[in-house]
Design a protein around this ligand. Sequence first.
Ligand code: AMP
Length: 443
Amino acid sequence: MGVNPQHANIKAVRGTRDLLPPETDLWFHVEHTARRVFACYGFGEVRTPIFEDTQLFARGVGEETDIVSKEMYTWEDRARAQSEKAQSLTLRPENTAGVVRAYIEHKLGETGQLQKLYYIGPQFRRERPQKGRYRQFFQIGAEVIGAPSSGSESPLRDAEVLEMLATLLNELDIKGWVLNLNSVGSSSERPRYIAALKAALEPVKANLCIDCQRRAETNPLRVLDCKVPQDQPIIATLPQIADYLDEASKAHFAAVLASLDACGVPYELNPRLVRGLDYYTRTTFEFSIETGLGTQNALLGGGRYDGLSEMLGGPKAPGIGFAIGEDRLILTLQAMQEASGAQVPQDKLDAYMAPMGEAQNPYALALAKELRTAGLRIEVGDGSFRLKKSFETADKLACKIVIIGEDEASSGELTVKDFATGQQVKLPREILIEQLKITSRNI
Ligand code: AMP
């Protein structure tokens, strides 16, 4: 008999996945470290909605980008009442457009202050799933944005963001990162370069991949971003943006590099780094890693987007930001831990309460409550367990076991065994609590 389709297992959708403990401890560690480092640089957290008006991404990210042209989860949201209009909505494929929309909507420019905002959250792109590439993935990102009078255009901001990222990767003990850096010029220099690129592509485009043949017409910059190996020798012969920068953009880029040199942040200049989103101007960058992930080695990317606010109907608000692929960062950390043979320490609970019968459950739970309130990490067994099973379970989960039998509960003298030393003692309840507090690594 076949499986009744109604009872078939429902699985996580292709390209999405569940993150479970203990792996989520590593996610917590990464996010906690990021929050701590960002706070040192004056950033505060912003949380924008997970879905937005489709127009935000069409205008902000660019119609011709891969993201908008083929990867977005878009749907027509029906009107539920006469007063409501149907609307095209999209799951956010990235977070910069949403942050800039929020900046405009809340008139943050009018504060006159430079805004330093970071976010941590899921993004959605209908890409072909593979290791390190998912349809729901997490980004940790930040934006520095403000009216020009707040200093948002200053190359100091670019260098500060890059130095912060170097510090974060070092704090996370990510070894062997490489910072690739380029300047793609301002919106006034771009047309001249694009014209030269188009002219250079004309005689060779027939030999490029189908996507690039289209891009050569619609958005030639995207050709530089192509990852198809056969296209690379042709791409290497195309004109470079560096030769088309005006004096102001050259000086801006030189000032970014001077600050990075002063801070001792190493970088490699990569004239082909234009990145996959249309809004970038001047500084663009990517941090990648040589090991662990095969071809998907870009850990994070970002750049300046001096015209984005205006593209979204807002005031002039130059800015610079980045997005770290958190999934890839975690994969890299795991690969590094594996390669170094480092055992990830099993984080054991402080104690396991073992009631010896159901009658002792309330006592055990009350004692656990007191210890948990003091910040200790406690698990409570089930009073239907036997002594042997309780010891086995406790040994796996916790540093100590506290036995709560009929006698113990009435006398208030509890039997405690420390698994590390093998020592077993009887302790009055008050002393036990004090001792557990002293030996806990948490407090
Ligand atoms: P982007 O928003 O395209 O500039 O990407 C920034 C970073 O997000 C990349 O460097 C990747 O690390 C990560 N990323 C982008 N797309 C995906 C994906 N589909 N799955 C996992 N990580 C991704």
